[in-house]
Design a protein around this ligand. Structure first.
Ligand code: MG
Length: 157
């Protein structure tokens, strides 16, 4: 599971690390959003998925726009979009339903929110590989995060 703002768009990084490029994305009739993306992330995520047999999916408030605005800029194919319908449970209920009994690795910068829901989520998945990988929006996904993901998928987190 991949979140956009924070993990792929390190909005809090100042300055942005080498590799990041600025994109202006139209989000309304007149509004443009400036986001930073590192195309290398696309390659790294595809490699991670290939090596581990994982399926990449979006868990972001960008919803389907992740496939039109973000994925193509990273060289990612269209991915499954997790849609959130439970306002009180943040992303957890929808991710739980989609991941179901499969191992899960999830990159996000907001696991600090809704701590109680997070604990319930992790508890329900206690017999399944579940790696919630917190990515600082000041750095974005790094080699260390990708290493954690590989470790989790290997069954030896
Ligand atoms: Mg985020």
């Amino acid at each position: 599971m991949i979140d956009v703002d924070g993990p792929l768009n390190p909005w809090a990084a100042n300055p942005k690390a080498a590799g990041y490029r600025l994109f202006e994305i139209k989000v309304g009739w007149r509004r443009r959003l400036r986001i930073w993306l590192d195309p290398e992330h696309g390659t790294q995520l595809r490699q991670l998925a290939e090596e581990t047999g994982a399926e990449l999916a979006w868990a972001t408030t960008w919803l389907h726009r992740a496939n039109t605005e973000i994925g193509p800029r990273l060289g990612l194919p269209p991915l499954k979009v997790i849609e959130f319908h439970d306002a009180t449970g943040w992303k957890y209920p929808a991710v739980a339903r989609y991941a179901y009994e499969r191992p899960l690795v999830w990159f996000d910068d907001d696991f600090g929110l809704h701590a109680e829901r997070r604990e319930q989520f992790v508890h329900k998945r206690r017999h399944l590989t579940t790696a919630l990988i917190h990515v600082d929006p000041g750095t974005g996904i790094s080699a260390q995060h990708l290493g954690e993901a590989r470790k989790a998928f290997s069954g030896n987190p």
